[in-house]
Design a protein around this ligand. Structure first.
Ligand code: PAF
Length: 291
């Protein structure tokens, strides 16, 4: 009879001082370090970040922190799923050694910080337009996490493409010595991008939510007929779903994240955000505009 060794749960670290001690000890034995910042409620998308991190770093940190700074007053901060026990089981199964799970007081001892990172022009577009202040909150906490953990590598998902773009900009503009690792979006069998918020969808909404990735597929198939066709194809798919309320559908240049001109040809990103019932979802797809 074969027995399987029980998985060892990650060490849960709640203070900045303790993280610094661990990092010093790992560095002392020559280990490189990765950080995967999360809000928790981990799913296979997060686990694919950690699979990548496991290939490039000796030691992996995951941060689990529902950052109040990035939620607007009418957003789902209180409702955001907090599933630490379940998250630790998932991380134990893939051998992650350290979780940094600070309290709000540990991260913001004086309350909302006076000094913070501002996300600049791109930070106020698309997601930033719909969620004012969101990216200032994201970049502020990411900067703090990078200063606390001082990782060699930090993973950011392609699903949150604007967030990843802004983190790269911050790392460049503030000379932060970290490599930003892009992680492919993980999708359900029908194309829906994995998100911690998918759990809020009821059965009908879950079916309707497929239309986001279907719209992006329709956009990609129309890319050789130019921008108007891309927009029409994607909008047509979304408008066929009564439960989906489109927030924005934009085509941007990957290197500037600014909207493409009408005569632009070349690589582009189609961004979509929509409310399905009460749940707000985002997704995106790379296309090559021709035509
Ligand atoms: O993408 C997220 O989960 C969050 O925005 C992040 C990067 C963990 C910052 O709170």
């Amino acid at each position: 009879m074969s027995t399987t060794a029980p998985h060892v749960r990650p060490r849960v670290v709640t203070t900045v001082a303790e993280v610094r001690e661990i990092v010093a000890a790992e560095r002392a034995v020559g280990h490189t370090i990765s950080l995967t910042p999360t809000l928790g409620a981990l799913h296979d998308g997060h686990l694919s970040h950690l699979a990548h991190a496991g290939k490039i770093a000796d030691t992996r940190f995951v941060s689990i922190f529902v950052n109040p700074l990035q939620f607007g007053p009418s957003e789902d901060l209180d409702k955001y799923p907090r599933t630490l026990d379940d998250d630790l089981d998932k991380l134990a199964a893939i051998g992650v050694p350290y979780v940094f799970a600070p309290s709000v007081d540990e991260m913001y001892p004086g309350g909302e910080p006076d000094v913070h990172v501002t996300a600049g022009r791109v930070g106020s577009l698309y997601e930033g337009h719909s969620r004012p202040g969101h990216f200032d909150g994201v970049l502020t906490v990411v900067a703090k996490l990078l200063l606390i953990v001082t990782p060699d590598f930090v993973t950011f998902g392609n699903k949150d493409a604007q967030q990843q773009f802004l983190v790269r900009q911050m790392v460049r503009d503030l000379n932060i010595a970290v490599s930003v690792e892009a992680i492919e979006t993980v999708r359900e069998h029908d194309g829906l991008a994995l998100s911690s918020r998918n759990r809020f969808l009821d059965e009908k909404e879950r079916r309707a939510a497929r239309s986001l990735s279907l719209a992006l597929e329709a956009a990609a198939s129309s890319a050789d007929r130019g921008i108007d066709s891309v927009i029409a194809a994607a909008q047509g798919t979304l408008m066929g779903e009564a439960l989906v309320e489109l927030d924005y559908l934009k085509i941007v240049r990957p290197e500037t994240f600014l909207p493409v001109d009408d005569d632009y040809r070349g690589p582009a990103l189609v961004l979509v955000a929509a409310r399905v019932g009460t749940t707000r979802l985002i997704d995106n797809e790379r296309i090559t505009l021709a035509g």
